[in-house]
Design a protein around this ligand. Sequence first.
Ligand SMILES: Nc1ncnc2c1ncn2[C@@H]1O[C@H](COP(=O)(O)OP(=O)(O)OP(=O)(O)O)[C@@H](O)[C@H]1O
Ligand SMILES: [Mg+2]
Length: 342
Amino acid sequence: MMPVSMVGRAGERAELDRAWSTVVDAGRPSPAVTVITGAAGVGKSLLVAAAVEGFSPRPAVVLSGAARLHDPAPYDWLAAVLSGRDTSGLDLPPDALAWLAQQPTAPRERYAPGTLLRLAVRTVRRLVGAGPAVLVVEDLHALDPASLNLVGELATAGDLPALLVVASRPPADAVAPDLAVRVLSRLCGVRGAVRQHLGPLGVPEVAEVLTQVYEGTRPTDRIATAVWRRTGGNPYALTELLAAHAGRGPEALAERPLPEHLRPPAPRPAAPPDAELTGREVEVLGCLVAGMSNKQAARALGISVRTVTVHVSNLLRKTGSASRTEAALWAVRHRVPSRPLG
Ligand SMILES: Nc1ncnc2c1ncn2[C@@H]1O[C@H](COP(=O)(O)OP(=O)(O)OP(=O)(O)O)[C@@H](O)[C@H]1O
Ligand SMILES: [Mg+2]
């Protein structure tokens, strides 16, 4: 199957371009921050890659890293950034660099955690130089605590001419959910930070993907709608469905059984009865966990912003939370599903 080019997401790309221009034009002293959250497979990585690829002027430096999913180690993000890079001219203690880069020959850790964090920040500074740079943090939800702290520090570091772009699944899916919630809210608290919650594709975008796959033949509305419903508009699910039925006509996408792994999962346990949340409150809480603003939650649930505000204040009271972040942490601990599950 031919790779499909990105559909939709024009608004999100424009926002990323705007964030980049604040770094380039204003020569701002500390990083601009953009946080992109969304369910697994919704298209965060593709959006980031396409946006960075299209930045104008081109970044002088791009530092991009993701967690190694199978055995995350301290400073995984930085180790991924350093891997394959010549660091000999960096003016940092070589043993610390070797350790941060997770080189097998590195001496055992000899630095205090605070010192390592400072050295990690300094390493990024040296790599960024005069910039302007783009720092891409992929899969924040899967990162180790040391990397999370580093990302939080970088977001508020002075004199760092960079755009920090962070992509994350909702913190409920995180390796360290409490810390992920804290770091995400620290990132979103940076002045001018942009937060984007990526939703699924709509029927027209699904139709556009199918048109690409069937070489210019637009699917009927019935088929596009059926495929959209079966995949929830999730591009990863769509890709899998297309792969499972490659070589068959578009009818198959609408009618043949879904591959096993695309069938809906068993529902997760709901909020515990002890907090006595209403169904609507659980939904609003799910939006908080997903990091949505009241306006985004209102849109997601089809209710007014004013109603969301009322639900949020009831939620804070019922969960004994002092802030939205605390309520989100409460939800993660009590396994309230984040919304949308995609
Ligand atoms: N807007 C889009 N148009 C067409 N295809 C897309 C779009 N967004 C994503 N895809 C495709 O869907 C798949 C999943 O996308 P991607 O890896 O970007 O998701 P993700 O949100 O980063 O997922 P994860 O949470 O697993 O990191 C990829 O094959 C990608 O090419
Ligand atoms: Mg991704």
